[in-house]
Design a protein around this ligand. Structure first.
Ligand code: COA
Length: 330
């Protein structure tokens, strides 16, 4: 199915905070080892935001770079969508805070919640808004300060996450096929396997809730792992089929950066190990920022160049998952 109007990514940017937390550093926080973390996840280090940096600060840094890269001004942006599960506050939206920081005064702004899948969902929402003619230029940001929402006494989760942000600018037009159709899916019956159960309207903030550490991320790692491998693999194949593209034509596959073993399992299944992109070693899992940071790095380090077909795929809490195909036109 052809989009009504073609949509292209015209700029990318990313930002990670200065502070690096290595696996060795984690050895003095919880009962773990560099060897265990690296062999089970492929992670060596992650970045941790400063106390005075919230998700919107990280997102604004990435957004400024994407806007510069696009060669536009912040005032040209019609819409800002921020994907995050670590917003500055429940409301107003983190997107409104980013708008104020970067001076995108002509944009309307909202956040989108799809956990680690949020950036791809937001990109597809932006694509649809542009394709139907509602807006011309959209800034999509994935930004996370995961370090505030994880339990630093739980070794099974705290080793896995990092902070960071990535952004893209999408606009009508451009060369090549641009951002094509996505395939996305969700399964709310599995929500309990990956969630932050406390602090919302189901289990509001109380001393008891905090004593029980319900305000921190909880995960059934093995179950999440199995579903992530299956869903991302299936959805990539569905997205390729939907867009009439064979996997041999794809120059670069960028999966959610949650665990190198998940990425390797998908590579093996699809037979695309030579074209699979990963930076999980440097940043760990930055949730909705992961795909955006990886896309920016793959473009900047020359892995992706003009005319390449790129497949993006994500998986996250909900469960949510999805894949998108695009032709790089810059
Ligand atoms: N250091 C040392 N040992 C650890 C540890 C750590 N940081 N974390 C867990 N362990 C222990 C466990 O307690 C368990 O011990 P036991 O066998 O005595 O009970 C043992 O290591 C094996 O745990 P297991 O959960 O089977 O490990 P695993 O090989 O499945 O790896 C994950 C655990 C979390 C790395 C893996 O399941 C994973 O990556 N899951 C998906 C995570 C993900 O993608 N989340 C986000 C999706 S958006």
């Amino acid at each position: 199915m052809e989009p009504i109007r073609k949509v292209s990514i015209i700029g990318t940017g990313s930002y990670v905070p200065e502070k690096v937390l290595t696996n060795k550093d984690l050895e003095s926080i919880v009962d773990t080892t560099d060897e265990w973390i690296y062999s089970r996840t492929g992670m060596r280090e992650r970045h941790i935001a400063a106390a005075d940096q919230a998700a919107s600060d990280l997102g604004a840094e990435a957004a400024r770079k994407a806007i510069d890269d696009a060669g536009i001004s912040a005032e040209d942006v019609d819409l800002i969508i921020v994907a995050t599960l670590s917003p500055d506050m429940f409301f107003p939206s983190t997107a409104c805070f980013v708008q104020e920081k970067i001076g995108a005064k002509n944009a309307f702004c909202y956040d989108l919640g799809a956990a680690c899948s949020g950036f791809l969902y937001a990109m597809d929402t932006a694509r649809a808004q542009i394709a139907c003619g509602a807006v011309e230029t959209v800034l999509v940001i994935g930004t996370e300060k995961m370090s505030t929402f994880i339990d630093w006494e739980d070794r099974s989760t705290c080793i896995l996450f990092g902070d960071g942000a990535g952004a893209v600018v999408l606009q009508a037009g451009g060369e090549g096929r641009g951002v094509m159709q996505s395939v996305m899916g969700s399964d709310g019956s599995l929500a309990h396997l990956l969630s932050t159960p406390g602090g919302g309207s189901r289990n509001p903030i109380s001393h008891e809730m905090i004593d029980q550490k319900q305000h921190f991320l909880k995960m059934e790692g093995r179950d999440v792992f199995k579903h992530a491998v299956k869903r991302m693999g299936d959805t990539v194949l569905q997205a390729l089929e939907k867009n009439g593209i064979s996997s041999d034509e794809v120059g670069c596959f960028i999966p959610h950066q949650a665990n190198i073993r998940i990425i390797d399992a998908i590579s093996k299944r699809l037979g695309v190990a030579d074209r699979m992109y990963s930076n999980v070693e440097k940043y760990a899992n930055t949730s909705s920022a992961a795909l955006a940071i990886a896309l920016d790095e793959a473009v900047k380090d020359g892995t992706i160049s003009k005319g390449d077909l790129v497949v993006l795929t994500v998986f996250g809490g909900g469960f949510t998952w999805g894949a998108n195909v695009l032709e790089w036109g810059k």
